[in-house]
Design a protein around this ligand. Sequence first.
Ligand code: 6PG
Length: 476
Amino acid sequence: ASAQIGVIGLAVMGSNLARNLARHGYTVALYNRTFAKTEELVSAYGDEGTFVASQELADFVASLERPRKMIIMVKAGGPTDAVIESLIPLLEEGDIIVDGGNAHYEDTRRREAYLRDKGLHFVGAGISGGEEGALNGPSIMPGGPAESYVTLGPILEDISAKVDGEPCCTHIGPDGAGHFVKMVHNGIEYADMQFIAEAYDILRAAGLEAGELAEVFTEWNTGDLDSYLIEITAEVLRHVDAETGKPFVDVVADAAAQKGTGQWTVQIALQLGVPVNTIAESVFARSTSGHIALREASRAALQGPARAAVDAADRAALVENVRQALWASKVVAYAQGLDQIRTASEEFGWDIDIAGVAKIWRAGCIIRARLLERIRSEYAAHNLTTLLEAPSVAAGLESSQDGWRAAVAHAVANGVPVPGFSAALAYYDTVRAERLPASLVQGLRDFFGAHTYNRVDRPGVFHTEWSGDRSESDQG
Ligand code: 6PG
């Protein structure tokens, strides 16, 4: 036994993670169902470090130092369970299985309980940063038993991204906490991308070309919007299709795909009663884009408004309004995602440190952004119910709101769909409202279904005799 850690599943994420570990001086055990993949990795990158390749899972397990640590990088769902089942008879008490895939946190909770029963540690770890991150430093969100973090944590921290030498990896909380946080990360990723797409769409409709927009995003990336996704947006917009000479964005089919983590975020938010309308609209926007028949039928039947031309003089103002809409909406999406994490943490007793989450999202992951340092410091300094109440955030929203409203109004007047921006703005106006028309909804519910209501001026549960003399009775 000579390997300090192993990787099972050597598709691109798995092999890049294995190489990252090897480059950091760890001896890495390798196992893949088809041995040819393992051999390929060793022959191409064997000189980057020390690998121990095994053809049989039993040999792989035997090559690991105890307590054994192995990261499973296979397809989420059935394949993960299959690997776990084949590992169980080969492992001994205290060994640690890490699932580095995008697993559903409920699966992770189930697996953790199941393996704990057998004396094994199961760590569901969210790993973000794509292929490049896995190789050069991802953001890592491990859950599972705190005890396993003592030996596993230092290795994961070592290979994670760093901000001023501080690792983008921390123990998130027990059982499914890590995968839950990764799931919400992805939900925010969906919203971030939807907002970027809407910003692009408003400005493209106002007459800016893809190449000009690449410059706009490059400029935005030097300010408060500074983030990985803004940076790569500029690159994608600048890219010209070699075959047609057209902007790349114009030759890509406009139906966005998804693998499910955004949808999970919204499903679970509904169960937990956490309003994440920006993330929900982002998931719906992707699925709507793929509803080809719906779009064709609607396109044939429905008219939009005449689009007003935006002259060069007004463009600069519109660009600035859209920038503010993008920043403010992004803040709202982070607020909603963090609210979901806080609520789940209370629900499941995970005791998640939100400042710690923001801290490890500052680099390595897909949603890394300048904003995250502000979020980290605000959560570290204040006990926040919502990110939106943090002093510097509230001030930023106040100074952005005129531009934000103007951008949404411009989009609405010109028939450019902005489900993300307008959901974010609706949330902002809803949560800050003195009174909501929910009172009328309660009145209607009581009218047709005797569903009762509370009063603002005294305690009790009331019903009005709507079909009778309209007298009120206390049902409490
Ligand atoms: C990451 C990404 C990664 C994956 C998304 C893509 O953090 O590295 O989030 O996990 O690229 O899950 O999701 P969709 O295919 O659903 O867009």
